[in-house]
Design a protein around this ligand. Structure first.
Ligand code: DAK
Length: 258
């Protein structure tokens, strides 16, 4: 697939980088962009050389939301039956970790997409918001649910009902983002974190992501059982033998992803 709306790069650190590339529209997430993003995520997920991914925009905007111009004239049935929804949903089935590197506007579907990633690294200028209320709608890709889990009911209500933006500093204080860095280095730091993850045992990384995400969907008892089974499973991997042997022999492990 030839990309027109994103720029894709595979780094030699094992990181797959996807940059949104609609700067004039503040990286508004058009159907075409979302289709390309889903395609690139699938390609990185299937690529053995890639261990983690970074999703980013530019300094001014991660993304100012879904493309309002593309949906302004849509009817209820159009929205209900639109197959582009599957392209948005695709991110939730990616097995490898994804880090969102966020600077500037991170609004509406942009904020929801960042929250669908596994971690968020922000620049000092990042602004998070769910301003759909200003358009006469509410969030439609998880904003009311994921934001509430991340920052709590009080702030989410203000964001969803009054369109309040959250600064990077506030987002850090409330646990929405992992780190905040100056705008000059936020992407570099996100790439470093992704490279660190990409250098770990791939099967353990994959199952670690799955286990943490289960905590949002299961009771504590079910989640603990799931974690225990996965923990036992990892003792069937060559990488567990290698990791523990390397520790005992005081050397660096050589992961095989087996
Ligand atoms: N869509 C389309 N174009 C956008 C846009 C957007 N979301 N945001 C900005 N732009 C365009 C502007 O129209 C303008 O284009 P031109 O007029 O130059 O052609 C250009 O980007 C620069 O924007 P401004 O001139 O407005 O720049 P300012 O600095 O004055 O203002 C702003 C920046 C971010 C405050 C403002 O642009 C703004 O309020 N943008 C809209 C933010 C917003 O309301 N976002 C939420 C959109 S609704 C779902 C999946 C996703 C969704 C729902 C369901 N399913 C899978 C079910 C998500 C919905 C949404 O995100």
């Amino acid at each position: 697939m030839e990309y027109q709306n994103i720029i894709v790069e595979t780094l030699d650190t094992g990181v797959g980088l996807i940059r949104f590339n609609r700067p004039k529209a503040l990286n508004a997430l058009s159907p075409e962009l979302m289709e390309e993003m889903a395609h690139a995520l699938a390609a990185f997920d299937a690529d053995e050389k890639v261990g983690a991914m970074v999703l980013t925009g530019n300094e001014r905007a991660f993304a100012a939301g879904a493309d309002i111009k593309a949906m302004a004239n849509a009817g209820m049935v159009d929205m209900l039956t639109n197959d582009i929804i599957a392209k948005w949903e695709y991110i939730h089935s990616v097995a490898k970790p994804i880090i969102a590197a966020v600077s500037g506007y991170c609004l509406g579907g942009g904020c929801e997409l960042a929250m669908s990633c596994d971690m968020i690294i922000a620049s000092e200028t990042a602004q998070f918001g769910q301003p759909e209320i200003n358009l006469g709608i509410i969030p439609g890709f998880g904003g009311t649910q994921r934001l509430t889990r991340a920052v709590g009911k009080a702030i989410t209500m203000e964001m969803v009902l009054a369109g309040r933006f959250l600064s990077a500093e506030e987002a850090l204080a409330h646990g929405l983002v992992n780190h905040v860095y100056p705008v000059e280095i936020y992407l570099e730091e996100a790439l470093k974190l992704a490279a660190k993850i990409a250098s770990q045992a791939p099967v353990a990384v994959r199952l670690g992501k799955e286990a943490v995400n289960k905590s949002f969907e299961m009771t504590l008892r079910e989640g603990l059982q799931f974690e225990r089974r996965v923990f036992h499973m990892l003792f069937a991997t060559e990488d567990q033998k290698e990791g523990m042997a390397a520790f005992v022999e005081k050397r660096k492990p050589q992961w095989k992803g087996r």
